[in-house]
Write a protein that binds this ligand. Structure first.
Ligand code: MN
Length: 194
């Protein structure tokens, strides 16, 4: 069965205080669609055809990996955004953030700095390890923590230029800083507690 581009759970102009409708139209409607369409073409009639995106990412490389991973990463990114999400984490995730980083603000600073220091295109990730410890990593290009056996990703910010150039031009730091305004921590929390 071919992979599909799901409809977002919010209107394309719903994030406009931080990310414009035009950006969502291009980023989700065209870039993400292209990754999914390319993947479907690449895997037709191959050993990958019946596998989930996660399964493909863990065992593939080259163009199949790049398109599968980008397809998955963008779903993970867009599904954690919301025009009216929870502005801060609670429960066990809040405890882990405070314990490891000192405060939510100190965590955000570290996460933004990691995204800002990534040279070229990629992703900044927050994952949990098998003991629930939080880990911030960079992923170059389509890079994903799904290929690190001990890590379970719970949050990603896209730092490819196509994610912010229409709205922020070269100002990646401002884009990263403002993303928190539309991040739904309830989604991140649910991923942490899974
Ligand atoms: Mn992107």
């Amino acid at each position: 069965m071919a992979h599909e581009l799901p409809k977002l759970p919010y209107a394309h102009d719903a994030l406009a205080q931080v990310i414009s409708e035009e950006t969502v139209n291009y980023h989700y409607g065209k870039h993400e669609r292209a990754y999914i369409d390319n993947l479907n073409k690449l895997i037709a009639g191959t050993e990958f055809e019946k596998l989930s995106l996660e399964e493909i990412i863990r065992i593939s490389d080259g163009a199949v990996y790049n398109n599968a991973s980008q397809a998955w990463n963008h779903l993970f990114y867009f599904m954690a955004l919301s025009p009216n999400g929870a502005f801060e984490p609670s429960g066990k995730l809040a405890e882990a953030i405070n314990e490891q980083f000192g405060s939510l603000d100190e965590f955000k600073e570290k996460f933004e700095a990691e995204g800002l220091s990534l040279f070229g295109s990629g992703w900044v990730w927050l994952s949990k390890d098998k003991k629930g410890k939080l880990v911030i990593t960079k992923g170059f290009n389509a890079g994903s923590p799904l290929t690190t056996p001990d890590l379970t990703p719970i949050l990603c910010f896209d730092v490819w230029e196509h994610a912010y150039y229409l709205d922020y031009q070269n100002r990646r730091a401002e884009y990263l800083h403002r993303l928190w305004e539309i991040l739904d921590w309830k989604v991140v929390e649910a991923r942490y507690e899974q």
